[in-house]
Design a protein around this ligand. Sequence first.
Ligand code: SAH
Ligand code: SF4
Ligand code: F3S
Length: 447
Amino acid sequence: MEPKTYFIRTYGCQMNELDTEIMAGQLEKRGLVPSSNEENADLLIFNTCSIRDLAERKVMGKLGRIGRGQKNHAIIGVTGCMAMAKKDALFRKFPHLDFVMGTNNITELGAIVDEVLYTKRPVFKTDDHFEENLDYLIAKRDNKLKAHVSIIRGCDKFCTYCVVPYTRGQEVSRPPESIVEECRRLVDAGYKEITLLGQNVNSYGKDKPEWNCFFHDLLYKIDQIPGMERIRFMTSHPIDITVELMQAVRDLPSLCEFVHFPIQAGSSRILKKMHRIYTKEQYLEKVELLRHYVPNVSLGTDIIVGFPTETEEEFLETFEVMKQIRYSIAFIYAYSPRKGTPAIRWKDDIPEEVKQDRLQRLMDLQNEIANEERQHLLGQTFEVLVERHNKDGKMLKGRTRCWKKVIFEGSEDLIGTLQQVKVHSYGHQTFIGELASPLHSLSLSCR
Ligand code: SAH
Ligand code: SF4
Ligand code: F3S
């Protein structure tokens, strides 16, 4: 029976969120409507993540439970990175699954659902390579102000701990005309902020040298779109952060002064073992250069603690680098061994308590740094994209160019606009401010 309603549960990163929007668009084009909950959906999809053990366990638990409770004619599918990591082993563990569709087969969702319907047998498609034939314009976006736009899929870096090169395949850049066209349409539809997505956005164009359009070239093209207010990008690899990119952050009015610059570890020996292809010194030099070009830039990072053989001294190097650089945002993780990655051959020899202790020490340090940064920013005025009401419904809420949350009083019609807000205090991680008069001088400083 043709399904009438669908529900997609999404795990993992922004790329998965965007893939969910694209799948939802495909299903709605076919006439399906969203179901308000997963129990009642005729088609239920789990768009999964494999990055750490916990991410997988969440989905496995859910899949086990859903098998027992779901109404019996529903079609249940697994998509995303776990589909690639576990492939048909998923059918053995969860016999009630109808399909497993890999990250590179997203265009085939409709055909796969048809095959399930007609053959009444489990269907399994997990290609290793992505063919650039996706209709991105079909994406069904719930947010009307901020959009994610995919510019490159896959990753060729092969960090030894990471599943992404195996679950997303090789890097495939999307043609610049197609990206610019989508951005133009989004701006015309009233979008104010576009985040360019890829596992490695700054490798953009390297797989297609004949286009002669690298990441910074693409940024210049997008910045020129009339009405483009804000561009962000996620995520970048330090090795591909070029001087041209730094200059783009300095020069392009719409490009936000925030760069995710993930170091992963502060010890050069561990970085080498991670295959990050830079040393601590090279990384620090690059940060210095970026700050030379863009003194007010805000930096974000990802860090893994407890990588195999990491000593206390090596961990302290990470601690010192964080103290030195003072990131605005840091995502800190305990190392999680992943099947199929090169690091799995090394014993996961750092005890869980030690990992948790290192994690906690870095989090405490980051909280301290972030608090000092907030204190330092009080009294300054920032451009805020007003996104919605605060939870209590009284204040408005938005973000600065450097990703800081701000709440302030104002009328509803400011939602969807850019405003200057002077911040006077903060609670938790959110600044509290008031609308600044238009004559108030604007501080672009984010640090
Ligand atoms: N392409 C991005 C990373 C995507 S994964 C980049 O290179 O920045 C997001 C983060 O998850 C990584 O930066 C890393 O810090 C973390 N991560 C990846 N694999 C991990 C693992 N096996 N254990 C713990 N953290 C991991
Ligand atoms: Fe994973 Fe490294 Fe690729 Fe990032 S650059 S996705 S951490 S392999
Ligand atoms: Fe997870 Fe895959 Fe994203 S492993 S973090 S969903 S690329």
